[in-house]
Design a protein around this ligand. Structure first.
Ligand SMILES: Cc1cc2nc3c(=O)[nH]c(=O)nc-3n(C[C@H](O)[C@H](O)[C@H](O)COP(=O)(O)O)c2cc1C
Length: 192
């Protein structure tokens, strides 16, 4: 199984980086091949709403996102890790998600003209998230965003691990079992 891990935090070595590292370790143990994208390293802008992809399903904006499209299209599993910023995913991750409008259009065009353009392999998704506080609805927006992101790229959310009360950079490693849960989820994700 080809798994793409998307690191959504600008904070290098923080909680969600560690969660995704552990998840991907588990996936590799279960036999997956893994690719990684760090949104903090991408030189890219958000969708400009130009409509350029409406006819072709291809984004006309020539920047760092162009290297991500083939990885997304080739992945059978997409795992996204993001801290909660103001009750949603990080801005950096949201830029990447918005740019997937081109993949959504590609899917629509393929469905409309009866060709296999935009045909995607069955793709499943998983969300890993961390936040500092305890609110009941802390992860609602991130989960909804993730659901529609996956829908746009021909995927489905099959699970999530969202941890509350993690603020300091290494907090996730201080609470027993949290990273072990991520590793086990990665194993199951790639093994099923
Ligand atoms: C700009 C910003 C916005 C944040 N917004 C929230 C929030 O709305 N709710 C919350 O519980 N924590 C919030 N946090 C805290 C982070 O979600 C938390 O520290 C998380 O563990 C960081 O993950 P990371 O180490 O992977 O970057 C925010 C942090 C930053 C820097």
């Amino acid at each position: 199984m080809q798994v793409l891990g998307i690191y959504g935090s600008p904070r290098k070595g923080g909680n969600t980086d560690r969660m995704l590292d552990a998840f991907l370790e588990g996936a590799v143990e279960a036999g997956a091949s893994v690719e990684r994208v760090y949104v903090r390293r991408l030189k890219m802008q958000g969708c400009v709403g130009c409509g350029g992809c409406d006819e072709t399903g291809t984004c006309v904006v020539d920047d760092g996102m162009q290297s991500v499209y083939p990885l997304l299209e080739g992945a059978e599993g997409v795992v996204v890790a993001t801290p909660i910023y103001f009750y949603n995913v990080t801005g950096q991750l949201k830029l990447l998600i918005d740019r997937c409008q081109a993949l959504f259009m590609k899917k629509q065009l393929g469905a409309g003209n009866g060709t296999d353009q935009g045909a995607t392999p069955p793709r499943k998704g998983f969300l890993l998230s961390a936040a500092a506080t305890r609110g009941k609805r802390l992860f609602d927006c991130a989960l909804l965003t993730m659901h529609y992101f996956l829908d746009a790229i021909g995927g489905q959310l099959v699970g999530d691990l969202c941890f509350r009360e993690l603020e300091g950079k290494t907090d996730v490693a201080q609470v027993p079992d949290l990273l072990a849960q991520c590793r086990e989820a990665g194993r199951r994700f790639a093994g099923e």
